[in-house]
Design a protein around this ligand. Sequence first.
Ligand SMILES: Nc1nc2c(ncn2[C@@H]2O[C@H](COP(=O)(O)OP(=O)(O)O)[C@@H](O)[C@H]2O)c(=O)[nH]1
Ligand SMILES: [Mg+2]
Length: 345
Amino acid sequence: MAKITLYGLSRSGKTCYLTAMSQALGQGIDMGNRSYFTAICPNPFQQAKLDNGFYGMVNGKWPKGTDNEKPTNKEMIYTFDLNYCMRLIQSIDILDYRGGLLNTANSLDLDKQQELLKASIGSGVILFFLGADVIMEAMQSNPTAMTQISFCNTLHAAYRKQESNWEKTPIMIVITKADMFETNHVDREEAKQFVIRRLQPFFGRGTKMTVAITMISLGRNLQNTGEDDLSGDLIVGGTSGNLHIPLLYSAYNFFAQEVERVTGEIRSTQSDIYKSKVALEHELGRSSLARFFVNNESSIRNALDSYRRQASMAEQQKKDMIAVFAQIGSMLKEGADIFVDGEQI
Ligand SMILES: Nc1nc2c(ncn2[C@@H]2O[C@H](COP(=O)(O)OP(=O)(O)O)[C@@H](O)[C@H]2O)c(=O)[nH]1
Ligand SMILES: [Mg+2]
């Protein structure tokens, strides 16, 4: 089981994202040629919880801030199976924790906070959630909002302390509530560049990291008119609002690892083929009298054949995977900017 860690301060849109994403990706998105990518929650209880949240939104209520919930209800782990053409790419666990736990200054919460940071070790992907509301305030030089953006640095530093292979963990900056930019006449590109500047080290050279940035939204002109009442147009489904992008990015990275694994497999089979060939030559070079008593030729030839079959199967598998990988990659690039070691790809 792989993990995706979802970092974000309270009210950054994590719960809303999970709720809406599960609707959009449960139906599946067409990756071209009617090949579908889906994220399916295989657990009925978890899905029911997500569905209830979504019905609430459809009926004009935002999910309640998790801060107000009963202590027993503080965090929820969701499992999603990422599939391409019904074939499992990766099962992932996503933790939706109580908002405010990341930046609590309450010493009673210290253990819980440590536990949460520990739980992120070994993540396949880290997603940082930042709300458009906070970004717009930071663009107006609001100091609180600026520290909220910089908090990504603190969280990633905490991750680096615990995970020695941290540079292998790709990250994505997910700008949520992006419809607010249009509502407030703020240019999206300008807002994105502002965030990139505020988080410069992530996008700098020499990190060896894969870092992406995207903007998502649950609709148009959405508002919270106090008391968690929802107004505006909720648009959830297919690729609208880029809801598929964060998980597609995750799938892309899991796939990259798989391709690497198969490449390694091919390399080791090729070395087995080479060794068998040397053994065969040696065998054929032995005196015919000796070979009359102990003849290894057919067993060596059998092994050689089997290695060759393995290699050609793995080659075919790799070819198929690279085709899917390319398809996911091109769709991903339509919805996200991706940087590898500081270079945009
Ligand atoms: N305009 C707009 N507001 C959103 C969107 N998603 C979430 N929000 C607002 O952000 C609030 C907090 O979202 P929530 O998912 O509960 O944040 P969490 O604390 O990170 O789980 C919601 O109550 C909404 O008011 C969106 O796509 N557009
Ligand atoms: Mg929440």
